[in-house]
Design a protein around this ligand. Structure first.
Ligand SMILES: Nc1ncnc2c1ncn2[C@@H]1O[C@H](COP(=O)(O)OP(=O)(O)O)[C@@H](O)[C@H]1O
Ligand SMILES: [Mg+2]
Length: 455
């Protein structure tokens, strides 16, 4: 709407102005022409007086140009009806103009002619003999004649104006569409997004600002979609993880309550219920941990840590489980290594990794833990000779709830949150973690920290 209005008014004003200026210019030109003819006649009169030559010149002007020329001996006779009825008394020129003539000044005027009822453009040149006004030359043309050429020009101009209007209107609409259409689409899409539908994308092929806005919008929509997808998946996983132990517990308690279970069986059931409660407790604990780590609410409490000591402490807690599974542990630690970190969190990292090594190894398979310092880094390596991880799973292993072959590992007891937690903590320490694994041969996990230089 505004575009239409602006283009119409611009073109309108432009043409109006052109037309007005052109008209002014043309009318001025005609006026000058009349004046020039008047001056020429005046010159002849000054030379020859009211002679035959002068009259002949007067005739020429009458016949050869659009102007009518008239010689009046008594200027007072320039009356309203001139030139048709000189007798009509009312003066064509008014008092002031007559005074001007008497003083020898040329008079130009545009006025209605009483008899022909037309506007005329007129020039009156006084003829002076010494101080005395002896007569006047009166040249005039009907304004119709002046304006005649404009009739055709007006139509041409109007036509061109219409054409330009059409073009601007059409072009304006196109431009507006190019601008407005993608915005409209974005508006519609963002409304859908507010309602939870993130599937809409904006198709804009242009490379201008609108194009880059649209692609940013699409990126936003894509990441929102991913966040939403993530959230849904997470909820599904959580509820699944909760449901399984709960259904076990329900099943076994019901069996016990019905009463027809032998005592030995009963004890076994109760042990399973206890295990499942443990699992639930760990799961809830891990979930809370992960939520804290993923949010920024719990920053790391960084302090210098003698890293080997921390590893020894954790290993001590694993001794019983290691000996139960008859797994030998080879420790090779640089006792000098000091890093900066949160001791509780780093214990969590190492115990999770050691737990995996133990959990996914068979009876008697060696686990090696090595810590070396090189080039300002402290590298902790946990290597087992267990079942290993398939290559295609390696990169997803730190995802929440991700487990290789879910059924295989459920018996082993993991929920798939351990490495997600490890990854979060490692990242928050500015450290790097890498997994290398070969199926049936074993897994090697390296965590690289910055060494803390002690002075
Ligand atoms: N040392 C390892 N050897 C073999 N598989 C492993 C090892 N560490 C992790 N995995 C695989 O990665 C999955 C994710 O590990 P994690 O996040 O610790 O979850 P879980 O609670 O199952 O231990 C495990 O379920 C297991 O399949
Ligand atoms: Mg684990």
């Amino acid at each position: 709407m505004t575009v239409a209005f602006v283009s119409i008014s611009t073109v309108g004003v432009g043409f109006g102005l052109t037309f007005y200026l052109y008209e002014r210019f043309y009318v001025d030109n005609q006026k000058d022409l009349l004046l020039l003819q008047g001056r020429n006649l005046e010159a002849v009169y000054q030379e020859e007086g009211n002679s035959d030559l002068f009259q002949e010149r007067l005739k020429w002007v009458n016949e050869d140009s659009e102007a009518e020329a008239l010689f009046v001996q008594n200027p007072m006779k320039l009356s309203a009806s001139l030139p048709y009825e000189p007798s009509v008394s009312e003066s064509f020129i008014n008092f002031e103009e007559r005074q001007q003539l008497l003083q020898g000044e040329t008079v130009t005027l545009v006025r209605q002619h009483a008899v022909i009822e037309q506007d005329i453009l007129a020039v009156a040149v006084p003829l002076l003999e010494g101080d005395r006004l002896s007569g006047a030359i009166f040249l005039y043309m009907p304004l119709d004649d002046v304006y005649q050429p404009f009739e055709s020009i007006r139509y041409i101009l109007l036509g061109v104006m219409g054409l330009i209007l059409l073009v601007t209107f059409w072009g304006g609409r196109k431009v507006a569409n190019q601008l407005v259409l993608p915005l409209r689409k974005m508006e519609a899409a963002s409304k859908k997004m507010a309602g939870g539908d993130f599937s809409k994308r904006i198709h804009v092929s242009s490379t201008d600002e609108m194009g880059s806005l649209a692609s940013s919008f699409n990126q936003l929509a894509k990441s929102l979609e991913e966040v939403e997808e993530n959230r849904r998946e997470f909820l599904q996983n959580v509820s699944h993880e909760l449901r399984t132990p709960l259904s076990y517990m329900r099943g076994y308690t019901e069996a016990i309550m019905e009463g027809d279970v032998e005592d030995a069986e009963k004890e076994k059931y109760i042990r399973i219920i206890h295990q499942e409660t443990d699992r639930l407790t760990r799961l809830v604990h891990d979930l809370l941990d992960l939520a804290q780590l993923e949010g920024d609410s719990y920053p790391m409490r960084l302090e210098p840590i003698p890293f080997a000591q921390l590893v020894h402490d954790v290993v001590d807690r694993f001794r019983l489980r290691l000996s139960q599974k008859e797994i030998p542990l080879k420790l090779d630690l640089d006792e000098e290594a000091v890093i900066e970190g949160d001791p509780d969190r780093l214990e969590q990292v190492f115990s999770n990794l050691l737990d995996n090594a133990l959990r996914y190894s068979e009876k008697g398979q060696l686990i090696e833990v090595k810590m070396v310092q090189k080039e300002g880094k402290t590298v902790l390596v946990i290597k087992d000779h267990g079942k290993g991880i398939p290559v295609e799973d390696l990169e997803k292993i730190t995802d929440r709830f991700y487990r290789v072959q879910k059924s295989r590992t459920r018996e082993a007891g993991g929920s798939g949150l351990g490495l997600a937690i490890v990854n979060q903590i490692v990242t928050k320490h500015g450290a790097d973690i890498t997994f290398r694994s070969t199926l049936q041969e074993g897994t090697e996990v390296s965590v690289v920290f910055d060494s803390l230089e002690m002075d």
